[in-house]
Design a protein around this ligand. Structure first.
Ligand code: FUC
Length: 805
């Protein structure tokens, strides 16, 4: 071996060792069995196939795919993030505003029945709204499946050594099996750089790969052969009786050996040695209302396709891995000495018994990051209720953007787990909602600023929903605006803050117009408004949702006002009149109160809940994701929040459990947070909607609301991070809520507000190593247990915290 060869060997060793050092954690979801593509060859059942929850997701923010790994007939279910039915609509109701004063007067007078009747009649959108969550054929529309790519091997012979996995660090799904003495391998990934889904089929003997390839969709599609490509195209229902969004999908097989022929609007591939299939797709949608049509989408798609198919597989794969891993390697969690020696479905079952599978927690943390990265990339729409993965035409709740917890929860882990770039997609959505939201504020209420209610879609929907019981959540704009500020808090990027300030100001302007004086207390209150989706028993003997001054609205508005004022100060803006008004209103806002039973009050008065264990816990916003109630600063309110949480019980839908994890970490009870994480990891097989007690996890670790809803994955990931690091009180707190059974561990790459990146190691529950990289400089306060230290940091410098503490 010459010097050069030795050097290359050394380099390879160093790279492998380095990569291995990062890969020590549990980072593969794997199975010994396929997710059978179809029980029977019945295409009509494709959408409702429960095996989908055993398939493995890949995605590049624009394209998503679920890989089943069936030996005889591979199904790769496809998604394109912007593929929506529906179309822009004018749903703002110009008659709503004139009834506000009367409704408010009735509510202040305790006339809930009359107030509710009038609200139900008047405080709604114009038209069909979301179609009560079934909006596929109304203008609101629905996120839908793009269809399926089928690889039919027509070989039902027995197989051995089956293995199926998803590598979270590379984003590559792998299927391997031996059939008739030949070992076949399939690798599938979604490349962001090439905007393509790449499928690679190989075998360990030449000319062994024979299959038929087809592209289908449950409706509205036509598949044709265009030269060397399969093309599937169609138009969605615009919800107004005509065609809406156009889409196109190409699947291009590239063969090594063998031959390809056209058959039945598909390809027959015979005796190939290796095949790469490049799938590309686009719609004519662009995020810009009302001019949303991208007339050049077909040309752009042709260019993307041409570029991707001109690259060889090795290049496609190596460039993808470099890109994908660079994000995934930024943060990883290691607990004890967990091994990944059980298939994921068995690991879930085992954890249900032991409640202590450290490897599962590692995997779940990394999976949350994986799902966010795969469903949220620069220029894409944000992750929706199912991220980017949906196999139906009528996706549950339209697969939309719910803004009364769900889309916000999707982005909870973005900054703290070091995926700041992904967060931009939510910010882009908020920016796009400014114009429609201003129109809603003006037309619906005759007010300034911008407003949002509990649902939005790709068409810029900002009106209330079609029923006030859930649709009159006026706090949504304030809640989502929290993300505008928090992005700055984590990144310290003033240029970004300057771009976000107008939206913060517009959100504040709306509430300045919207708030009214409570006749009894003189304090400013929001209303008529619902505390998201919860119902109370009224003094006049009925049930209601609408009231004046629900705690949730008051909390988000307070946080919005204070964040806006802080932003103005940092940016030195010359906005005196507005800022004075803001300061006065902040001082006069009604704030959270404790009820006579010691719980935090959800409404301004001590109403009884109609459903005391309701899944929404919106009045605890100020504990998490907000910051105004804390064990340190407001111990009485924190105690009241605990009481409220206990009264709500540990039951709930997937996202509700995830929220409770984060809440208990903020209330400094890591063991209770872990208990809830274990509840969330309860294996679930039914994919039916269950609102009361159904939360859990499907075999592929998708969160079960049920049905599958991705917010729980993201919320729990953020909750795990908050067990280990918190920074919402202007101090970086190390291991604030470490569960007692997580005795030894290591976390790399968590991010604290102030743009500090923290690595930590602990043993027997005690911190034994900690470093902090300051990305942008500035003062830093750290806290561990009782010790607190403040020091000045220099941008780019890393500090050994053990020396400082
Ligand atoms: C809200 C929640 C439901 C579900 C839906 C998407 O309506 O109350 O539980 O998460 O959004």
């Amino acid at each position: 071996m010459n010097h050069r060869q030795k050097y290359i060997l050394f380099l390879l060793f160093a790279i492998t060792f380095n990569v291995r050092a990062q890969l020590k954690t549990n980072d593969k979801i794997w199975f010994k069995t396929p997710a059978d593509a179809l029980v029977k060859d019945n295409l009509k059942d494709v959408a409702n196939n429960p095996e989908w929850l055993k398939a493995l997701p890949v995605g590049n923010g624009f394209l998503g795919a679920m890989v089943f790994g069936d030996v005889n007939k591979e199904r790769i279910q496809l998604n394109e993030k912007s593929l929506w039915s529906g179309s822009p609509q004018d749903s703002d109701n110009p008659d709503a505003g004139k009834y506000l004063a009367e409704i408010r007067a009735l509510l202040f007078a305790g006339e809930y029945k009359k107030a509710t009747e009038l609200t139900n009649k008047t405080q709604v959108c114009k038209g069909a709204g979301s179609g009560h969550g079934n909006g596929a054929n109304v203008p609101f529309g629905c996120f839908q499946t793009l269809g399926d790519l089928w690889l039919d091997f027509k070989n039902e012979n027995s197989f051995q050594n089956y293995h199926r996995e998803l590598d979270l660090t590379t984003g590559i799904s792998l299927t391997r099996y031996t059939q008739n003495g030949i070992t076949f391998t399939r690798e599938i990934f979604a490349s962001n750089l090439d905007r393509a889904l790449i499928i690679r089929l190989t075998a360990d003997k030449p000319n062994a790969i024979t299959f038929q390839m087809a592209l289908t969709r449950p409706e509205r599609f036509k598949t044709t052969v265009e030269g060397n490509k399969l093309l599937m195209q169609g138009a969605m229902d615009n919800g107004k009786g005509g065609d809406g969004m156009q889409y196109k999908t190409y699947a291009t097989p590239i063969l090594t050996g063998g031959k390809v022929e056209t058959r039945d609007n598909g390809f027959q591939i015979t005796n190939a040695t290796a095949v790469t299939i490049v799938v590309t797709a686009a719609t004519d949608y662009r995020l810009h209302y009302p001019d949303y049509v991208n007339n050049t989408f077909a040309t752009e798609l042709d260019q993307i396709t041409k570029k991707a198919i001109s690259k060889n597989y090795t290049l496609l794969k190596s460039q993808h891995i470099k890109d994908f891993s660079s994000y995934m390697f930024r943060s990883s969690l290691k607990l004890g000495n967990a091994k990944n020696d059980l298939p994921t479905n068995e690991l879930l079952l085992k954890n249900h018994e032991t409640k202590n599978e450290l490897g599962l927690y590692e995997l779940y943390y990394q999976y949350g990051r994986y799902l966010l990265l795969s469903s949220s990339r620069k220029g894409s729409l944000p992750a929706n209720l199912q991220g980017i993965w949906a196999n139906q035409i009528q996706t549950p709740w339209n697969g939309d953007y719910h803004t009364d917890i769900n889309v916000q929860m999707n982005y909870w882990p973005a900054e703290i787990t070091n995926l700041s770039e992904c967060n931009q997609q939510l910010i882009d959505l908020i920016n796009c909602l400014q114009e429609p939201g201003k129109k809603t504020a003006r037309v619906q209420y005759g007010m300034k600023g911008w407003v949002l209610h509990p649902i939005t879609n790709v068409w810029g929907y900002t009106s209330p929903g079609e029923h006030p019981s859930w649709g009159m959540h006026v706090g949504a704009g304030g809640w989502i605006s929290q993300h505008l500020w928090e992005r700055y808090a984590f990144t310290n990027n003033k240029k970004y803050l300057a771009s976000a300030y107008p939206s913060l100001k517009q959100a504040s302007l709306f509430y300045l117009d919207w708030l009214v004086k409570d006749v009894k207390t003189g304090k400013l209150v929001s209303g008529p408004s619902a505390s998201p989706e919860n119902t109370f028993k009224t003094p006049d003997g009925g049930n209601a949702q609408i009231s004046m001054g629900p705690a949730h609205d008051q909390e988000v508005i307070y946080e919005l006002f204070t964040n806006t004022a802080k932003a103005a100060k940092i940016l030195n803006v010359n906005d005196d009149e507005f800022l004075t008004q803001l300061r006065d209103a902040t001082a006069n806002l009604a704030r959270p109160k404790v009820a006579s039973d010691g719980r935090l009050m959800e409404w301004a008065e001590e109403f009884k809940e109609a459903e005391p264990t309701h899944r929404h816990i919106s009045h605890l916003y100020a504990v998490y994701p907000g910051k105004d109630i804390s064990v340190n600063k407001t111990p009485e309110l924190a105690m009241a929040a605990k009481k409220s949480l206990n009264a709500r019980t540990d039951n709930g839908t997937g996202w509700s459990l995830a929220w409770k994890i984060a809440l208990w970490t903020r209330l400094r009870d890591g063991d209770r947070a872990l208990k809830l994480l274990n509840d969330l990891l309860k294996p679930v097989t039914s994919s039916k909607i269950n609102m009361s007690n159904g939360g859990g996890t499907f075999a592929n670790l998708f969160c079960a609301h049920p049905p599958f809803q991705i917010d729980g994955n993201f919320g729990a990931t953020a909750g795990i991070a908050e067990m280990l690091l918190q920074s919402h009180e202007d101090v970086v707190e190390l291991l604030p809520s470490l569960p007692s059974t997580w005795k030894n561990g290591e976390i790399k790459g968590l991010v604290a507000r102030g743009n500090f990146v923290v690595d930590m190691k602990w043993d027997a529950g005690n911190l034994i190593a900690a470093s902090l990289l300051s990305n942008t400089g500035g003062n830093c306060k750290i806290k561990y247990g009782d010790k607190e230290v403040e020091f000045k940091t220099t941008a780019g410098k890393k500090y050994n915290l053990m020396k400082l503490l």
